[in-house]
Design a protein around this ligand. Structure first.
Ligand SMILES: Cc1cc2nc3c(=O)[nH]c(=O)nc-3n(C[C@H](O)[C@H](O)[C@H](O)COP(=O)(O)OP(=O)(O)OC[C@H]3O[C@@H](n4cnc5c(N)ncnc54)[C@H](O)[C@@H]3O)c2cc1C
Length: 421
């Protein structure tokens, strides 16, 4: 933060602190607390003032978040609705769409999911085949999506669909918001190697979506999808964790518990295991000390390497912020930040396992750190895949930053129906 912002930041800090002292209580229900937070504007300070926000920049929003955490108050609802649904509605939605969807996202009454990837369309998302055919003031949807996080507990999903196969692939997509609870949608959980079933395959058979829930105009879905992906990537900061908070939406069963009960229940579900932080050299130093290998020269060297990598990532992020504050166009920092996050996740995994030795293979309450290092190691692979893969980020750096020749795209100007032949 620049020093000129400092007095404003301190004034905001004091204001949030006073508001929390007056309003926060662990005895409130999650529903009541999230509503209070949303109505106050402190839940999502970067959103515009007319839509639950304060119009703050990311630094001031961080001040608000850190005060909420320091007070021990429950954080605002956080999920795909808040990180992707709301920004896309604020950027592309009509007034009517914002009125219908934003209140239930801001208060956490609804959970949202993302229906983007398909078996043949992940990195090359514009090749998606799930199609929508118009039927009066609705569209009929058929096809399959995959890797859809949290769909079983979601109420709605963001869904790009093929609405015109007669034009090249990027030009025939439209972006919808769909109700998850309907007869034409079948959700099948996928079991992962860390034991969780975080994501699902989803089959659409004559499912229905309203024309009123088309976002950003017919066949303009690629622009809306790209904006959503940019919001997704920025929600995965370098080294960001893949932990579980109190999930929004009625299906998670938390809304009518008191905040204190919801926290206890969530901790019990994780059986005392707290997520092991990624890219945090201090946490690994603590682990090495606990396991008597802080004097091991090779461990010390790797700790120093991780610390240097995480400092370089932090400084790159600060450079990006400074460039944005000075009005300069985004540079390579966002792709570099993503790639740095992938390296930090892998280095944390490898060092954690090296420190624990065979103990790093154990899970459960008797395992070192209640199995949190083993869980982190098995989960760390998501970094480098979710939100677009590492290789795709490297392509972006190669083409847009280093000016290397673009990958050949033979299907770019071919009608999508002819690509399928
Ligand atoms: C934890 C997690 C949560 C997710 N949640 C969701 C969700 O909620 N909703 C959703 O829709 N999706 C979700 N995904 C899916 C994710 O977006 C895709 O896995 C990702 O976009 C990659 O697509 P893919 O798996 O089809 O891999 P592919 O695109 O098939 O790629 C396979 C490999 O080929 C490489 N590759 C592909 N193209 C190129 C190229 N042009 N140049 C160089 N290398 C290339 C890739 O880097 C990768 O290594 C999630 C994934 C994870 C891991």
């Amino acid at each position: 933060m620049t020093t000129t912002d400092q007095p404003r930041a301190e004034a905001i800090r004091a204001e949030v602190r006073a508001w929390l002292a007056e309003h926060w209580s662990p005895e409130l229900t999650v529903r009541a607390w999230w509503k209070l937070l949303a109505d106050s504007g402190w839940a999502y300070p970067t959103w515009p003032t007319e839509w639950y926000g304060k119009g703050f920049d990311a630094d001031l929003a961080q001040v608000v978040r850190s005060e909420i955490a320091a007070a021990g108050a429950l954080a605002p609802p956080h999920g795909i609705g808040q990180t992707m649904g709301a920004p896309v509605l604020l950027q592309f939605g009509s007034e009517d769409q914002r009125k219908r969807f934003l209140p239930r996202i801001a208060t956490g009454e609804e959970a949202w999911c993302q229906f983007f990837s398909e078996p043949d369309a992940g990195s090359d998302l514009a090749s998606l085949k799930t199609r929508a055919v118009r039927d009066g003031d609705e569209w009929i949807v058929n096809g399959q999506k995959v890797w859809n996080s949290g769909t079983l507990t979601s109420d709605r999903g963001v869904l790009p669909l093929r609405t015109d196969p007669n034009v090249p692939k990027h030009r025939g997509l439209s972006f919808f918001i769909i109700d998850v609870d309907q007869p034409g949608i079948e959700i099948r959980p996928i079991r992962q190697m860390n034991g969780e079933a975080h994501f699902n395959e989803t089959f659409f058979t004559d499912a229905r979506v309203r024309d009123a829930d088309l976002i950003g105009g017919l066949n303009n879905g690629w622009a809306v999808t790209l904006a959503t992906l940019a919001n997704e990537r920025s929600s995965y900061a370098a080294g960001a964790d893949y932990g579980e908070g109190i999930a929004p939406g009625a299906k998670s069963g938390m809304l009518d518990l008191t905040c204190a009960e919801a926290v206890t229940r969530t901790r019990a579900a994780h059986k005392g295991e707290t997520a092991f932080p990624l890219g945090d050299a201090k946490a690994l130093i603590g682990l090495a000390r606990e396991h008597g290998c802080l004097d091991d020269p090779s461990i010390r060297q790797r700790l120093m390497r991780l610390h240097s990598m995480s400092e370089a990532a932090r400084l790159t992020a600060l450079r990006a912020k400074a460039a944005a504050a000075a009005g300069r166009a985004p540079g390579p920092e966002s792709s570099l930040g993503y790639i740095a996050g992938v390296h930090l996740a892998r280095a944390t995994r490898d060092l954690g396992l090296a420190i624990l030795g065979a103990g790093g293979m154990l899970e459960g309450e008797d395992a070192p750190r209640h199995g949190s290092v083993a869980k982190m190691a098995l989960t760390s692979l998501v970094h480098g895949i979710q939100g677009g893969t590492e290789q795709i980020q490297r392509n972006i750096v190669g083409e847009r930053v280093l000016g290397l020749p673009k990958e050949p795209q033979v299907d770019r100007d071919v009608p999508f129906k002819d690509v399928l032949k």
